[in-house]
Each structure stands twice: as structure tokens, then as C-alpha cells.
Design a protein around this ligand. Sequence first.
Ligand SMILES: CC(C)(COP(=O)(O)OP(=O)(O)OC[C@H]1O[C@@H](n2cnc3c(N)ncnc32)[C@H](O[C@H]2O[C@H](COP(=O)(O)OP(=O)(O)OP(=O)(O)O)[C@@H](O)[C@H]2O)[C@@H]1O)[C@@H](O)C(=O)NCCC(=O)NCCS
Ligand code: ADE
Length: 265
Amino acid sequence: MQIKTSVAQLAVDALKWEVNFTPKPGLVDALSNGSHDDMDLNLFLKSADSLLSGFQQTAEVSFDRDIDINLREDIGAIGRQTEADMFQATNGVNTHKGAIWTMSLLISAASALQTNDIGQILLSAQTLANLPDKYVPQSAKKTHGMATKKKYALSGARGEAQNGFPNIRKVLSYTNDADDLWIRRLMLLYSNVNDTNIVYRSNLKVLQILQRISREIFESNTPVIENSKFVELEKFVSEYNISPGGCADLFAASYFLDSLADRVN
Ligand SMILES: CC(C)(COP(=O)(O)OP(=O)(O)OC[C@H]1O[C@@H](n2cnc3c(N)ncnc32)[C@H](O[C@H]2O[C@H](COP(=O)(O)OP(=O)(O)OP(=O)(O)O)[C@@H](O)[C@H]2O)[C@@H]1O)[C@@H](O)C(=O)NCCC(=O)NCCS
Ligand SMILES: Nc1ncnc2[nH]cnc12
């Protein structure tokens, strides 16, 4: 199997699948804008399309390469340009910044190794995330993530990658035959991810309550959307204006890896 630019389309498709997936409390989905007044389904679809060229370049530049600092610097430069493409497509709204980071690492690893083996991809993406990129502009403006990580010592999207994507691993190793597999996987992410977006808009206590309610839903045998706790979760995210954007990115990335592993060429 040759994994080259088609992997980029698979990543864009996964991002479109994620935004269409309904319901996702607090997030934009096909029926609601969640906790957002600047984003909707169409904006996310437009944003996802704007990432295709950057993802293709990432796959091309990574093809059959060693996992080393040169590759890290090459994909870092493309990632920053891909972010600029996203902001241009959305008129400055941050739809997919975290997704660009995570997907770029995964696409690069899959293309460099020429494999669809999830374990190998995650390991090499982790290696890439731990390599320094000396071209990161020192003047980069302060992000919400930086402010949150400083205040609460959370490691955010960077930490997730540098630690080998523990939450993607949890999602993909949880499986069942029920129709609600993917929404249960989403609840697993809400229960475990220290999402800097949630903390930026509120505080650690709110993150912990969201995690507790989601864990109760995940652990119950009741189908997720029939569970009365799911209504509680929806009310809670609305009351505190919570947006688990980091969970959304990891949800899409898990789906992407699952589709890649299933693909037979
Ligand atoms: C290394 C970077 C990840 C640097 O990122 P940053 O310093 O900004 O901080 P992080 O906190 O790490 O967050 C980045 C985005 O990652 C998502 N995220 C948050 N927590 C986690 C987590 N625990 N695990 C995984 N991912 C996480 C999240 O992105 C999603 O949410 C965004 C929408 O948020 P929202 O609150 O709605 O909108 P805002 O405008 O931000 O705020 P409001 O005003 O509305 O309140 C959306 O982007 C989702 O994708 C975090 O935002 C990395 O970004 C970097 O270096 N990039 C450049 C180079 C590159 O991409 N290279 C790739 C190959 S090396
Ligand atoms: N569906 C979604 N809603 C809000 N933020 C997101 N970030 C990534 N996907 C998202």
C-alpha cells in the first residue's frame, strides 16, 4: 500500500465527519452551534476544505523519510502555513488549530513509515512532537493555551502528542458492538482530556465536574442519549459556556486512524 496524498483527504473527511457527528454537547454539530456564536457547521466544513492542501504537502514532504529533526522542521513550517490558510478561510475564527497540529503529526508519521499500523503511527508522531523546531517564531503571539497552561500547569495539545496520545489510545482500545460506540468514545474523551479550551473559558473545577458527569454516562449500561445524565451534561455545558474543542480534535483524529487502519489498497 502506498500512503501518500490520499491520507490527506482521509484526514479532511474525518474532520467533516466529526463536525457532522450529532449530538456533541457544547460543540458545533449538525443541529446546534453548541457554546459558539462565531462558528457553525458550514464554517467548519469550509475550514476543513482549506486544510487539504497543507495536509497534502505534509504527506508529500514526509513520504518515506526518516523520523528526525529535519522532518519535524519541514512539517512545522507547513503546519504554520496550514493554520494561516484556516484563518483566511474562516475570517480569523479558530476552528481547527488543534486539529492541524494533531493531524499533521499523524499524517507525517503514516507517510514517512508507509504504514497504516496505528501503534507505529502514534509512536512516530510522538517522536516528532518531542523534537524541537528551531523555526517556531519567537515573536509568536500569546495563545489561550499558553495562558491556561501557565495558570493551571496543563500540558494541552502539545502534551497529548508528546505523551504518545494516551487519549486516542483509550478511545481506540474501547470497543463494543452497540450502535452508540462513537458517542461512548466521545464520553470517554470528555471524561479524560484536560482540555485547555474548557479551562480557558472557566476553571479547573468546571473541567472536573464535566469529566465526572461524562464518566458516569460512559460507565452506565444505559444507551448514552437515553441516559438522564446526558441531559444534565447538556445543561451543564450550556450553563458554563463550555466548548470541549480539544476533545473534538482527538475524536476526529481517532476516527481518522480507524479509517486508515480499515483501508485496504
Ligand atoms: C503546539 C500547539 C498545539 C500550540 O498550541 P497552544 O499553545 O495554542 O495551546 P494548546 O492549549 O495546546 O491548544 C491548541 C489547541 O489544541 C486543542 N486542545 C486543547 N486542549 C487539548 C488537549 N488536552 N489535547 C488535545 N488538543 C487540545 C484546542 O483546539 C480546538 O479548540 C479550538 C477552538 O477553541 P475555542 O475555545 O472554541 O476558540 P478560541 O478562539 O481558542 O477561544 P474562545 O475565544 O472562543 O474562547 C480549535 O482550534 C480546535 O482545534 C486548542 O485550541 C500548536 O498549535 C502549534 O505549534 N502549531 C503550529 C505548527 C503546527 O501546527 N505544526 C504541525 C506539525 S509539527
Ligand atoms: N465541532 C467543533 N465545535 C467546536 N470546536 C471544535 N473544534 C474542533 N471541532 C469543533
